[in-house]
Design a protein around this ligand. Structure first.
Ligand code: TMP
Ligand code: ASP
Length: 256
C-alpha cells in the first residue's frame, strides 16, 4: 500500500519521503514501547490521538513564535513536516519530581521542584539513552555551545507555554521530552523544534485527582491509555465524544 520511500522507522513513528524536497511525512504508529523497547505493545488508536495532539501543540507553539518542523496534517495518522538534521540529544524539562529523577535523587513523585530543571540525554537505543552533560554534547560534537543555549531557551519557552495551556484544562505538566533539528535555509541555519509533543513524551496529571494521563499508564501497567489520551484531546477541544471537531479550542476547566 505504501509505495513511498521509508526514510526512517522509529519505535512509535515512521518517516517517509515527502512530496517536495526538504519535506517528510511523519506517520504515527499504534506501537507503544517503554524501557527502550524491552516492553512493547500495540495500542489501537494511540497513533491517531498523538498525531492530532502533537499537531495542536506545534501549531500553538508556532503561534507564539517557536519555530517547529510541522507543516500540515495530511490524514488521521500523518503530518507533513520539514526535513531537519536531528540533533541526537533528548531535552527533558521537569517541573515536578517523577520517573527517573525521583529514582536518582530519592525524591517522592509529585514533589514540586525549586525551579524547572533541564536535562540532556544522548539518543541511543543501544545505550538506553544515557543522561549527558553539556560537556559531553560539545566534546562529542553533537551540538555546539550556542546550539545548546538555543535548545535550552526554546525548551523553557515550550515549558512555560505548555504549563499554562495544560493548567487551563485541569492538567499539571510534570515533565516532558523534546527534540530539535537544524534547518538550513538560504545559507542560514536555524534550530527548530522537531519530533512530537504528545502524551507519549510528557507526564500529565489531573490537577484534582493526580490521575496519570500519559504513557506511564503503559509503562506501569495501569491500563486505560487510549481513554486517558482521549481525555487530553477532549480537554484541548480536539474531540467531542469521539467526533473530530475543527478548532473549537481548549475547554476551560474551572476548579470547584
Ligand atoms: P524519565 O523520568 O523516565 O527520565 O522521563 C522524563 C520525561 O521524558 C517523561 O515525560 C517521559 C519522557 N521520555 C521520553 O519521551 N522518551 C524517553 O525515552 C524517556 C526515557 C523519557
Ligand atoms: N525510549 C523509551 C522506549 O520507547 C520510551 C519511554 O520510556 O518513554 O522504549
Amino acid at each position: 500500500m505504501n509505495r513511498r520511500r521509508r526514510v526512517y522507522e522509529g519505535k512509535a513513528k515512521i518517516l517517509y519521503e515527502g512530496p517536495e524536497p526538504g519535506t517528510l511525512v511523519q506517520h504515527f504508529k499504534d506501537d507503544a514501547t517503554a524501557f527502550n523497547a524491552k516492553k512493547h505493545d500495540t495500542i489501537e488508536g494511540k497513533g491517531v490521538l498523538n498525531n492530532r495532539i502533537s499537531e495542536f501543540i506545534f501549531l500553538k507553539l508556532g503561534d507564539i513564535g517557536v519555530p517547529t518542523h510541522f507543516m500540515k496534517r495530511l490524514n488521521m495518522r500523518e503530518q507533513l513536516i520539514r526535513e531537519v538534521e536531528i540533533i541526537p540529544v533528548e531535552v527533558v524539562v521537569r517541573n515536578v519530581a517523577a520517573g527517573s529523577l525521583s529514582k536518582r535523587m530519592g525524591l517522592d513523585e509529585g514533589t514540586q521542584l525549586p525551579r524547572s530543571i533541564v536535562e540532556f540525554y544522548y539518543k541511543s537505543d543501544e545505550l538506553d539513552d544515557p543522561m549527558v552533560s553539556e560537556e559531553h554534547i560539545t566534546a562529542f560534537g553533537w551540538a555546539n555551545p550556542q546550539e545548546i543555549d538555543e535548545m535550552m531557551a526554546l525548551a523553557l519557552r515550550v515549558n512555560d507555554f505548555l504549563t499554562g495551556l495544560f493548567l487551563g484544562i485541569g492538567i499539571r505538566l510534570i515533565d516532558f521530552k523534546c527534540e530539535f533539528g537544524r534547518l538550513y535555509e538560504n545559507e542560514i541555519m536555524r534550530i527548530i523544534l522537531a519530533d512530537e509533543i504528545s502524551p507519549d513524551c510528557c507526564r500529565l496529571w489531573d490537577v484534582e485527582t493526580d490521575d496519570k494521563m500519559d504513557k506511564d499508564r503503559f509503562r506501569r501497567d495501569l491500563g486505560g491509555l487510549v481513554e486517558a489520551y482521549q481525555e487530553v484531546a477532549r480537554r484541548l477541544g480536539l474531540f467531542v465524544e469521539n467526533r473530530p471537531s475543527e478548532g473549537s479550542g481548549p475547554v476551560l476547566v474551572t476548579s470547584k
